[in-house]
Ligand binder design. Structure first.
Ligand code: 4NP
Length: 159
């Protein structure tokens, strides 16, 4: 059984498409692509159908990540379909919890920074209205937390 992971941010054009790409690169490196299905979505539908933000793409490219996904909003079926729904910030987390169609789905919802190897940040800050440093920080936080998130999923699967 594949483990299904959905990364979620507000617009699905900066943080969550990056999380998807970083996690995909990690499982590719570890030879685990067959064990996962990875997607991303937005709390909002403001950018539906759009590719990732050009600035985010450029920063990701410098680290060899290709952001290919198109923005789509979270839909009720996602709560059923995915095993792990990982929010980028506390507002996303709150919105996801409020939208879960059944209480039993709440346990699928996580905060990405809970997997950081230190307590330096308690969310992945929204880079949209900021400068270059914000996009680099997003990638730094995602690279670190992805490692521990992967370990977490493997432990859950007893692998
Ligand atoms: P994201 O960034 O949630 O990381 O994709 C944002 C993208 C767009 C907006 C806000 C955040 N916006 O206000 O349009």
């Amino acid at each position: 059984m594949k483990q299904r992971v959905l990364f979620v941010c507000l617009g699905n054009i900066c943080r969550s498409p990056s999380a998807e790409a970083v996690f995909n690169a990690l499982i590719t490196k570890e030879g685990l692509t067959e064990e996962f299905e990875v997607d991303s979505a937005g709390i909002s539908d403001w950018h539906q159908g759009e590719p990732a933000d050009r600035r985010m793409q450029q920063h990701a490219r410098k680290r060899n990540y290709n952001l290919t996904s198109l923005s789509r909003p979270v839909i009720p079926k996602d709560f059923e379909n995915f095993d792990y729904i990982v929010a980028m910030d506390r507002s996303n987390l709150r919105d996801l919890k409020a939208r879960a169609p059944k209480p039993e789905y709440l346990k699928k919802i996580f905060l990405m920074t809970d997997f950081l190897s230190d307590n330096s940040f308690d969310e992945v800050p929204d880079p949209y209205y900021g400068g270059d440093a914000g996009f680099e920080l997003v990638l730094d936080l995602l690279e670190d937390s992805s490692q521990n998130f992967l370990k977490f999923t493997r432990q859950k699967q007893n692998r």
